[in-house]
Design a protein around this ligand. Sequence first.
Ligand SMILES: Nc1ncnc2c1ncn2[C@@H]1O[C@H](COP(=O)(O)OP(=O)(O)OP(=O)(O)O)[C@@H](O)[C@H]1O
Ligand SMILES: [Mg+2]
Length: 333
Amino acid sequence: MGLRSGVAIDLGTVNTLVYATGRGIVIDEPSAIGIDRSTGAITAVGQAADSLTGKETQHVEVLHPLRDGVIADLNATAAMIQAFLARARVARGLGRKPCVICLPGEATTVERQSVLAAAEALRPRRSIQLIDEPVAAAAGAGFDLEAGVGAFIVDIGGGTTEIAVLAGGHVVRARSLRTGGNAMDEAITRAVRSEFGLLLGRDAARSLKMTLGLGDGTISQVETVGVDSARRTPRVERVSADLVAAAVEPTVRAIVGSVTELLADIPPNLAEDVFRGKIRLAGGGAMLPGLAYRIEAEADIATMVVDDPLRCVIRGAAYILEHGYEVPGTGVA
Ligand SMILES: Nc1ncnc2c1ncn2[C@@H]1O[C@H](COP(=O)(O)OP(=O)(O)OP(=O)(O)O)[C@@H](O)[C@H]1O
Ligand SMILES: [Mg+2]
């Protein structure tokens, strides 16, 4: 069978990726747009917009149109997708080729229709297929969608964590938690504020999370710079691994709890596949230091982080696009 060509889009809370057949990943940028406060015009998209987050610029308002895994601002989401597609020049080159869009599993019918409408407006009469992230993540993690093979996939994104048991491309059991990397960043920010009276920016909190995570004993503390909450001037502080581990613990506990719950409910006919295929972690949160080890210890099943976890969903979406695979239970417009 020849490969189908077209465009695949992973619309994430934190990052949006676009894949075009023959060119590979053409967009891999934060899900953000910058709006001129006086005219309402879009002044920046992706990295250029996101880098201004929380910096209180006078003329530009930064929007992250997806929040907690759902589309919080429909117009901004549509504008963002259009700006990315225009920037990558995929709209012109691919004519009326099909387009696959991955959405958070929690997206409502209205949200799905809005994304469809936005994509349709850009390229009328193009066939558009919406697929749920866990199915794309499973394909990206190397599971065979056609063969009915059992798979256990955990996609830990910025706003959502999707945990799913699949048989081929069919979802057998799934949980979607509205928590992920962003919640960890916020918890670290709160902990540092209450412990040291220090206000951290988003990037500083993220960096503590990525460096220390659940703590593996190799690094005991890290320097961070924030603003003193009383004096309002910048100051440095040494933050311990224990403080960060305690801050991310509630999110980690929720994820691990859902993983073990889902494992306790696996149909016996899928048990061997899941056991041998391992629990596979995808999404940026999969890289949290110590997380794979923690899940493996509590689930008592081998657990691995997939290759390049931030690109797992787009890899799977590209596979689904190019193999013309119809994901059961999802809409084709
Ligand atoms: N090394 C790391 N350790 C821990 N977290 C990380 C690491 N690298 C990235 N992350 C986190 O991963 C998250 C982004 O992951 P990803 O791009 O998979 O999310 P998303 O697809 O945009 O979100 P969602 O799937 O929830 O809509 C961010 O919270 C980011 O801070
Ligand atoms: Mg995602």
